[in-house]
Design a protein around this ligand. Sequence first.
Ligand code: IPE
Ligand code: IPE
Ligand code: MG
Ligand code: MG
Ligand code: MG
Length: 290
Amino acid sequence: MEDFKTYITESTKFLEHKLHDYLKNDEQLLRPLFDSINHSLFSGGKRIRPIFCFAVGEIFDLNKEELASVGCALEMVHTATLILDDLPCMDDAKLRRGKAANHIVYGEDTAILASFGLLMKAYEIVADGDHLADDKKVRIIKEIAKATGANQLIGGQFADLEYSNKQIDYAILEFIHSRKTASLFIASGKTAAIVGNADETQLSAIEEFFKNIGFAFQVLDDLLDFKGKTEKIGKTAQNDSGNFVIIYGEKKSKQIIQESTNKAIEAIKIFKGKNHKLIALAEMLNKRNT
Ligand code: IPE
Ligand code: IPE
Ligand code: MG
Ligand code: MG
Ligand code: MG
């Protein structure tokens, strides 16, 4: 357990060091834009997507250095989506990770540009990385772009807003949650697996694991939104529309989190002996309170 905690701390430190390197800016005129980017990128996120990427990398004997650009790209994309998610025209959230949301501090115009800047930077750093072969870079960029695009994350965000004041059922909620959250989780694992030369069976197992972990993660996010206190969760409580718990209640939501987690763990049995970090991450996420 102590080892696992150290792993999380060290992975986070490694990632943040790399992120700082990627976001250097000497242009005085652009200071406010970079301040806005840094406000959201360094405000205490859990860094779970890059950590997933590093943990899958270990299955294929990759070290963090080999996945640095991919891990940073995943965190940049995630941060970009949060900036947009908080805008008044979306979730209208004033608080993110216990601090003022990006647009509250920097204005909506700068916040939107910061989000786009992060998205573009993500693809630039993967394309630039000199330790990845070109064919792998193309597959990784495609994986992240597909996961983020209109059929996946952006589509999920669209459907979430579209249904915010409409009747919603399980199928639609599953549609939304798997797109807005699980899609980038899947990309976090698959990109590392691609770098590690995973075969089709291994890629499918990784996909199945993250599809289920992503779904469980979003249901728990809804549960925290529904039950948590603003001061604890660092976001305004009861702010989420399309909230799983409002429709299915606490008991069923908890049951679904557990069932999805079990399914996820079952899917990575094929990595026996090398899957303990992924299992520990799944269990840790189910105990989180932010
Ligand atoms: C929040 O993601 C948005 C969802 C997909 C629910 P995280 O809970 O990973 O956010 P941070 O980065 O740790 O704050
Ligand atoms: C956001 O879901 C998912 C993405 C940003 C893609 P939520 O709206 O539930 O996330 P929080 O609760 O604001 O972090
Ligand atoms: Mg939202
Ligand atoms: Mg939100
Ligand atoms: Mg939420």
